[in-house]
Design a binder for this molecule. Structure first.
Ligand code: PLP
Length: 473
């Protein structure tokens, strides 16, 4: 029998979590208008809302926190981070920021100099898209078509469509001030990009004189996938692969809340010193002096150490296989998920699991309510609550293309038995899925409505037309 290795860490500090009694969970659901955003964290047993900023830090990172130098200028931790970024990524110049989106804001408020400019990416993350759009740009997603198919088993579903990228450069090259590539492709399910695709994107950018930036949030997970899946890469170290990846880029934006293994932080790196100078002046206005960028010295140290630690291949092997095994457990329990599992999360197809609930009654929201009600588990709806729109004329819902629930796995936080529990709860939900009710939105704010929408439970099909929504189970 082949056996996989267990968690490559032992527990030194614990944090209590508890499953509240069922009637208490029920009370909180009703009080919060059936929105999981309204449930206090302490009332959640297994929180799989996000992998962002939720990592458990190591003893080495915590030890580093004690050595925070809180000087206004030139703190020692800045220099540690500088050395790390040079060693890990090969960038000599960077600016620390308190979150990835500030790096995006700095970059796009500077590069988008006139209306009508375009930033291509495999898939833009929502903060990236927002920072491009508020600066008058168009955020264009050019992921390969396999990346849009929830069941396609392509090993690198995050790859950029090179044909469409070339076409864009040929037709509109003058309107493209930069090209991005997101590693791994978060919005597309945490799917990796191959080294050969990164190389090809870089070559095209160079040919057309377009700067190439990487959204580096999950760079180590992406490099691990390259080592596992790409021909001729298996013998190389992840550190070596990472250096090669970033050698192709002119810079990167990074949220250290992901593969920085930190609870806050990020940075922007660029090889363009002229641009760096402009961004530095903006940073001083919106974040702080360029040697701390909105972070405490101790936070800089946690990031500096996290960026080195994340390259540990025993850690990465466990990390990626934990998510993969979680997906396999769900599949074995008859729960339909997006395939293959990506690096940081499992996505459940709620439309397939609950074909009796029409999209107008938000099946993914109904499932997220059931997960909390049955097991104190919190996932996030990625369906018509988040991406649906109201028809401006009829007021009817124009549903999202997919009704998904994302169960993100925080780094180094949950053991495999926590995830087995989640799979067990889902198995129970599946057994009684025909009893699940639909949801009706009772309060729907205009912007980013998923954050504050409220709901009530309704009988399936009441008040909506159902014919075209039924999908085979
Ligand atoms: C989280 C994330 C960001 C934004 O980072 P914040 O630290 O949340 O501001 C940008 N891109 C991707 C791919 C992300 O996952």
């Amino acid at each position: 029998m082949s056996r996989s290795l267990p968690e490559p860490w032992r527990v030194k500090v614990v944090e209590k979590i508890q499953l509240l009694p069922r009637d208490e969970r029920e009370r909180l659901l009703v009080k919060g208008g059936f929105s999981l955003f309204q449930i206090p964290s302490e009332a959640v047993f297994i929180d799989l809302f996000t992998d962002s900023g939720t990592s458990a830090m190591s003893d080495w990172q915590w030890a580093g926190m004690m050595q925070g130098d809180e000087a206004y200028a030139g703190a020692r931790n800045f220099f540690h981070l500088q050395e790390t970024i040079q060693d890990v990524f090969g960038f000599s110049h960077f600016l620390p920021v308190h979150q990835g989106r500030v790096a995006e804001n700095l970059l796009f408020s500077t590069l988008l100099t006139r209306p009508g400019m375009i930033i291509p990416n495999n898939c833009h993350f929502d903060t990236t898209r927002a920072n491009i759009e508020v600066n008058g740009g168009t955020a264009l997603d050019l992921v390969i078509s396999e990346g849009r198919d929830a069941q396609n088993l392509h090993p690198f579903k995050g790859n950029m469509d090179l044909v469409r990228l070339l076409q864009l450069f040929e037709e509109r090259g003058d309107d493209v001030p930069a090209c991005m590539l997101t590693l791994t492709n978060n919005s597309g399910g945490g799917q990796p990009v191959s080294l050969s695709n990164i190389r090809a994107v870089s070559a095209l950018c160079r040919e057309f004189g377009i700067p190439f930036y990487i959204d580096a949030c999950r760079f180590a997970e992406n490099a691990w996938f390259i080592k596992q899946r790409e021909l001729g890469q298996g013998h190389r170290s992840v550190a070596e692969i990472v250096r090669e990846i970033f050698g192709f880029a002119d810079g990167c934006t990074m949220s250290a809340k992901k593969d920085g293994l930190a609870n806050i932080g990020g940075f922007l790196a660029t090889r363009n010193e002229e641009l760096l100078e402009v961004l530095k002046q903006k940073l001083i206005v919106i974040e702080g002096f360029p040697t701390y960028g909105g972070l405490a010295g101790r936070d800089l140290e946690a990031v500096a150490r996290g960026l080195r630690e994340v390259l540990d291949e025993n850690y990465l092997r466990f990390r990626v296989s934990q998510v993969e095994q979680f997906g396999a457990m769900l599949t074995a329990a008859g729960i339909p998920i997006m395939q293959p599992t990506g690096g940081h999360a499992v996505y459940i197809d709620a439309r397939k699991l609950l074909p009796h609930i029409p999209q107008q009654q938000f099946p993914a929201q109904a499932l997220s309510v059931a997960l909390y009600r049955e097991g104190g588990i919190r996932g996030v709806e990625i369906g018509s609550v988040m991406f649906g729109k109201d028809d401006p004329v009829t007021g009817e819902l124009i549903p999202a293309p997919m009704e998904l629930i994302r169960l993100a796995v925080p780094r180094r936080v949950f053991t495999n038995s926590h995830l087995e529990y989640v799979a067990g709860v889902l198995e129970d939900i599946r057994a009684q899925r025909h009893t699940l009710k639909g949801m009706r939105m009772t309060f729907a704010p205009k912007v980013l409505r998923h954050f504050s929408a409220r709901f009530e439970e309704v009988e399936v099909g009441v008040g909506v037309e159902v014919e075209e929504t039924a999908v085979a189970a």
